[in-house]
Design a binder for this molecule. Structure first.
Ligand code: 5AD
Ligand code: SF4
Length: 437
């Protein structure tokens, strides 16, 4: 028997790509592939890509350029592009990088084994269909191998919201919810492999309707799996935060007190131009209700500065909203025009103005993040330990608020949840002592 072929997948972009990469490697394992240690010893390299901003897309082309010497040295090496750039650019990728063998979009990667057979004959393969069949029905069952204590689980995919700046409705397609029974089965499989925390994923996860009780119903059912200790979900749209989901933060102990709730802008004019379907006031009221249900919750957000038409006064409305909401975590970006989206047709804001606004916004957000992290010093948090720390002699995990927490080795093992007294806050993480008992 010949040696198994080796696969190297590099994931870019969001957590759903991390989940998809896992499923792709499982699909190709069924076709005889094992994990390579890196690109250098791989027989096939897949870049699972992100198209959200221009920078993300350009990164893929420069990454591909770096693989050229490998391909020159080993012409049998197969190189594929999967994910959102594959969906958006399709055959254009072959034109820009002729050494690419395979281009597969996010909805057709269950066909990887047959596409792989095709490229082994020396042909190229392109599949950017939105197939009628559901890829989840055609992917192999999850692997049985032991794994780390945290996992992502896609429950919803695609988006029907059509924010004017966003490529997701075009790259991931229409909104689709996986039936709750399938999600429960996959969650049980993950738990049987040692998973203690599951993050439910969807581009618009709180619009999930695969359970009669919506996302809240699914969360309540998942909470019934004994060995599952923690549940999270991301990313949510403010106008889909139902009463029952908000109530779940106060009622379901396993639902962690952290919510990523992007607002993008604090200006009603800009929100309207973005087609966000909510005002700044409505967003703030939602946050208020969530905090009433779970007072210690940490809110995280996404922001875009320099959307077409954004004036200094509009931008100041964003700063005011940020001051009012107080974020524990945040991601902020300069607006990047994306071909095919409605906003790409509009006249843009000067890049220097975008830079300056981004700096001002990030100064406030960074201060808020530091304050939230430092407020943990002296408190006791629960930490799920995930892996050895980068510094030897330490083990690291996440608190319920998603802060990284380090303790000295020997105090806790990977997969354990322990109470930790926080005694210091560093640049990106906390450290403390495990409380005995
Ligand atoms: N330009 C800049 N940022 C964008 N995002 C989405 N599309 C764009 C774009 N065209 C940001 C939003 C979103 C996050 C995932 O990426 O803030 O919530
Ligand atoms: Fe990037 Fe959006 Fe695609 Fe995720 S869904 S990979 S964030 S473009």
């Amino acid at each position: 028997m010949s040696a198994p072929r080796k696969l190297f997948i590099k994931s870019f972009g969001c957590q759903m790509n991390v989940y998809d990469s896992e499923r792709m490697s499982e699909a190709l394992a069924a076709a005889g592939y094992v994990a390579a240690e890196g690109a250098d010893d791989a027989d096939m390299i897949l870049l699972n890509t992100c198209h959200i901003r221009e920078k993300a897309t350009e990164k893929i082309y420069s990454e591909l350029g770096r693989f050229r010497p490998l391909k020159d040295a080993r012409p049998d090496l197969k190189i594929g592009v999967t994910g959102c750039v594959a969906q958006a650019e399709g055959a254009e990728i072959f034109a820009r990088q002729p050494m690419v063998d395979l281009v597969v979009g996010p909805q057709s990667y269950h066909r990887l084994p047959e596409l792989e057979r095709k490229i082994q004959t020396g042909e190229r393969a392109l599949d950017t269909d939105f197939p009628r069949e559901d890829k989840f029905d055609h992917l192999p069952k999850r692997s049985q191998a032991a794994r780390g204590p945290t996992a992502f689980l896609t429950v919803q995919e695609g988006c029907d919201k059509f924010c004017a700046f966003c490529v997701v409705p075009y790259t991931r397609g229409a909104e689709f919810s996986r039936p709750a029974g399938r999600v429960m089965a996959e969650a049980r499989e993950l738990v049987a492999r040692g998973v203690r925390e599951i993050t439910l994923l969807g581009q618009n996860v709180n619009a999930y309707h695969g359970h009669e009780g919506g996302l809240a119903g699914l969360i309540r059912e998942l909470a019934g799996i004994d060995e599952l200790a923690r549940i999270r979900f991301t990313t949510s749209h403010p106008s889909d935060m139902s009463d029952s989901l908000i109530a779940a933060f106060g009622e379901v102990a396993k639902l962690m007190p952290y919510l990523h709730l992007p607002v993008q802008s604090g200006s009603d004019t800009v929100l309207k131009a973005m087609n966000r379907r909510h005002t700044a006031e409505q967003y703030k009221r939602v946050v208020e209700r969530i905090r009433a249900a779970r007072p210690d919750i940490l809110i995280s957000g996404d922001f875009i500065v320099g959307f077409p038409g954004e004036t200094e006064a509009h931008f100041e409305d964003t700063l005011a909203l940020v001051e009012e909401v107080e974020y524990g975590q945040a991601y902020s970006f300069k607006y990047s025009p994306r071909a095919g989206t409605p906003a790409a047709e509009l006249k843009g804001v000067d890049d220097a103005v975008k830079d300056e606004r981004l700096q001002r916004l990030q100064a406030i957000l960074n201060r808020q993040q530091r304050t939230a992290q430092e407020s943990m010093v002296g408190r006791t948090v629960n930490v799920l330990f995930e892996r050895p720390g980068r510094l030897t002699g330490q083990v690291v995990g996440k608190s319920e608020y998603l802060h990284a927490v380090h303790v000295d080795d020997g105090q806790a093992g990977v997969g354990e949840i322990r109470s930790v007294q926080i005694n210091a806050s560093g640049s990106n993480s906390l450290s403390g002592e495990v409380l005995q008992g």
